[in-house]
Write a protein that binds this ligand. Structure first.
Ligand code: GLY
Length: 373
């Protein structure tokens, strides 16, 4: 098991990465379960996660006499809504939870984001523990305290920074993930190499297949390394004010445009959009002469080798570069000054925020990419 501290003044916590952590939850999360003597432990769970992992968690808690009060969330982004939030907060209030209590979130990013946000406003902020069961949630959304819901105006536009008190990333949970979702999560793992750690990128080029094959040692190293990378960035720039945390958006601005154009649907999962977005960020960096074509090709190959989409021309989009840029302008990553910062590369392992990118040049580049290959 790896233990990764997230160091934040007054709000530090640990992310535990390893096998069997849900079976061991009563031991690992004892401090947050103990206050529930005589009451049931509130657990918000995605229906799939409940089906696959609920029993292990329940068994662990029952070994010390604790029962669970389940709140089941249907899979999919629809749960991250105003009504979804209201229903969840009403449930917490009906349970009589206090500010000192902790709610447990079992599932992927949707459950983590929704539960975290509900906990941030519950009696002005109660605690929560993340039990992420998808690769994407384990390496990204469960760590760092971004919580949110979606509204008619866009995704994740309403939310709060609210850090969990503990994250248990049980690698065994990944065995029941559909392969496509596992690959989508892996895009975020690769992202940490591309944005800030060339050695990790090298290692993933060699061991990516073993990671996706869920080989214990390689998987633990990949997840723990990703979490450690994110923890370092969050510790430096918790609220994304200095530009450091913005590096985590590598691939997200291009990816967001593709997700928007495909209607945020199963046509393109978030991680797939990030994978394509990283290819585009690398190629655009090469076009501007900041990295070599060979480096951009390495990024493309690392993504393509996993079966993730690597060419936007293959998406069959019926739009031009301008339309994709228009989607980018709707994204929350827009600066107060009205500029759209792009995360580009100086090399593999060295991303930076570029605020001087001309949008008509991006549109022309995207036109080429839509037609290429
Ligand atoms: N997922 C990007 C961040 O947590 O900042």
């Amino acid at each position: 098991m790896a233990v990764i501290p997230v160091e934040l003044a007054g709000r530090s916590y640990e992310v535990l990465v390893g096998n069997g952590l849900l079976n061991d939850a009563i031991v690992q999360a004892r401090d947050f379960i103990e206050p529930y003597h005589g009451r049931k432990v509130p657990v918000v769970a995605d229906r799939n996660a409940l089906e696959h992992h609920g029993e292990r968690l329940a068994h662990s808690l029952a070994s010390d006499g604790f029962g669970i009060e389940w709140y089941v969330v249907e899979p999919g982004e629809a749960a991250k809504s105003w009504t979804g939030l209201q229903d969840l907060v009403d449930w917490m209030l009906a349970l009589g939870l206090t500010r000192g209590d902790h709610v447990f979130a079992l599932g992927g990013g949707v459950v983590g984001d929704l539960t975290g946000f509900a906990c941030s406003i519950m009696k002005r902020g109660c605690g929560f523990v993340q039990l992420p069961t998808t690769l994407l949630a384990q390496v990204d959304s469960s760590v760092g305290g971004k919580t949110a819901i979606n509204t008619a105006a866009g995704k994740n536009l309403v939310g709060a920074f609210h850090q969990p008190s503990l994250v248990l990333a049980d690698l065994d949970a990944l065995a029941t993930l559909p392969p496509r979702e596992l690959r989508a999560g892996y895009a975020e793992v690769l992202k940490y190499g591309v944005l800030g750690d060339a050695d990790f990128f090298d290692w993933l080029e060699e061991h990516g297949e073993a990671v996706l094959g869920l080989q214990d040692a390689e998987l633990e190293r990949a997840v723990a390394n990703s979490v450690a990378a994110k923890a370092r960035i969050v510790a430096e720039d918790e609220r994304e004010t200095t530009g450091k945390r913005a590096l985590l958006n590598l691939g997200h601005t291009f990816g967001h445009a593709l997700e928007a154009e495909t209607g945020f649907s199963d046509r393109l999962l978030h991680g797939e959009g990030v994978a394509l977005g990283m290819v585009l960020a690398a190629r655009y960096s090469a076009r501007r002469g900041q990295i070599s074509e060979a480096e951009a090709s390495r990024v493309t190959r690392a993504i393509d080798a996993t079966g993730l989409p690597a060419e936007i021309s293959a998406l069959g989009l019926d739009c031009d570069g301008k339309a994709l840029v228009a989607h980018m302008l709707q994204d929350k990553k827009m600066d107060a000054s009205g500029t759209l910062p792009f995360i580009l590369l100086r090399s593999i392992g060295a991303a930076y925020v570029d605020r001087e990118v001309a949008l008509d040049d991006v549109a022309a580049f995207l036109d080429e990419q839509l037609q290429a290959h």
